[in-house]
Design a protein around this ligand. Structure first.
Ligand SMILES: *Cc1c(COP(=O)(O)O)cnc(C)c1O
Length: 411
């Protein structure tokens, strides 16, 4: 196999059916954005939508907009849009709160449902907020939290296991669990399965219904392009919905919030998982991100994402050999999400040097450089340019500068 050239990648761009999607985003000149797995890029329509929300819906129509602009149904309307991306039926998803809070809500409700089982299982190295929320919940509800490495995890699920919580695509390595298989094994032991789809929604095809998933949460500001701090989402399978006793039993989850009664009565269905007043600006921004997927097929997105990762890995191997960059993302397509992670002990400084040259990925301690593939706005030629930049930084040791060693608050 001869070495790839930039012309090979330009040819792929010319034939790419998703190429026109790039125009749906506002991207700064001179930037190769490979961090859509952390904060999605800005859709072209978002600024105008937010301006209209503020000046007209809020400024002119004031409180009437809860009805006239249908603000009140935003969480369920967007939930139904998200459902189409994750293989869920209408009425099983709401957009609300943050992923952390949604995880708390669903995990707490699941533990209540599963009494007297007392054990929660997750894996070490899961995303920190997932671990912290579960640690807090275990202390608060007097449960036992056990972390088991993934090669032994399913054997650890037993008759005392109430709930298993896993992130479908690992935030650091990009490794993906076989959802249906894991869900079945967990359910066979009578435990409930909760998936965190933060690095899956909008990134890889997900089939919650096909996998017979119980519960799921996910993020709105990564591959869904909802903007910084956009609301997340939660999913509850139909058959569990009326068994949920919301731990945060707020008025937006009440059967009749505007009856203003003293007694809490949970809404039927998915809506009981809402708590307080929806964050309308965040939801409006998330809606613009979701709109971009309307006419797209997750299969096409996945095909481009996989090809991009293959090419990126090949380019790193061809161009950057001998620099100690270890590819930690699995090679097998069915075992990875939409990112490639490289390990290097100087990872932080290398990533800062890349960012200084307009190639934006991110760093995850202690040694991971992450490069996200977002097929809607990333071009094949960008992969060439990103790896050429990485090669130059490694060959010249440009990363070896004091300025690149100072850690910022957000890495
Ligand atoms: C990004 C991410 C989160 C984010 O949670 P927030 O509450 O939005 O801060 C949670 N879990 C995983 C696995 C993530 O990747």
């Amino acid at each position: 196999m001869s070495q790839l050239t930039r012309a090979d990648l330009e040819l792929l761009d010319a034939k790419d059916p998703l190429a026109p999607c790039r125009d749906r985003f506002t991207l700064p000149d001179g930037v190769i954005y490979m961090d859509g797995n952390s904060l999605g890029a800005l859709p072209r329509s978002t600024a105008a939508r937010i301006a209209d929300l503020i000046t007209r819906e809020w400024g002119q129509d004031l409180i009437k907009s809860w009805n006239t602009a249908e603000w009140i149904t935003y969480p369920t309307r967007l939930g139904d849009r998200i459902a189409t991306l994750i293989g869920a039926a209408p009425g099983t998803v709401v957009a609300a709160d943050s992923t952390s809070i949604n995880l708390y809500k669903l995990a707490a409700a699941a533990l209540k449902m599963q009494a007297p089982r007392r054990k929660i299982i997750t894996e070490p190295g899961n995303f920190p907020t997932d671990l912290y929320i579960l640690q807090g919940l275990a202390r608060y509800m007097d449960m036992e939290l056990v972390t088991v490495p993934r090669d032994r995890l399913l054997q650890a699920v037993d008759h005392d296991t109430a709930l298993v919580v896993l992130t479908h695509v690992h935030y650091k390595t990009g490794e993906m669990f076989p959802m249906a298989q894991v869900t079945r094994a967990v359910q066979d032991k009578g435990a409930l399965m909760l998936w965190d789809l933060s690095h899956s929604a909008g990134a890889v095809p997900v089939d919650l219904a096909g996998a017979n998933a119980d519960l799921a949460v996910g993020c709105g500001y990564k591959y869904l392009n909802g903007g910084p701090g956009a609301p997340g989402f939660l999913y509850v399978a139909q058959h569990l919905q009326d068994r949920i006793e919301p731990p945060l039993a707020g008025w937006m989850g009440h059967a009749t919030p505007f009856a203003f009664t003293d007694e809490y009565v949970p809404a039927p269905g998915i809506a009981r998982n809402l708590c307080g007043t929806p964050v309308i600006m965040g939801l409006a921004s998330l809606e613009e991100g979701l709109r971009l997927f309307e006419d797209l097929d997750m299969g096409d997105i996945r095909a481009k994402s996989l090809q991009m990762a293959d090419l990126f890995i090949r380019l790193v191997e061809e161009q950057c050999a001998g620099h100690g960059l270890e590819i930690v993302t699995p090679r097998a397509a069915e075992m990875r999400g939409s990112q490639c992670s490289l390990a290097h002990e100087e990872g932080y400084a290398i990533m800062q040097a890349l960012i200084a040259r307009g190639v934006i990925g991110d760093f995850r301690a202690p040694d991971i450089l992450r490069f996200g593939f977002t097929p809607l706005y990333l071009r094949y030629q960008d992969l060439w340019d990103a790896v050429a930049c990485l090669k130059d930084i490694m060959d010249s040791r440009a990363w070896d500068a004091a300025a690149y060693r100072t850690r910022a608050a957000v890495t």
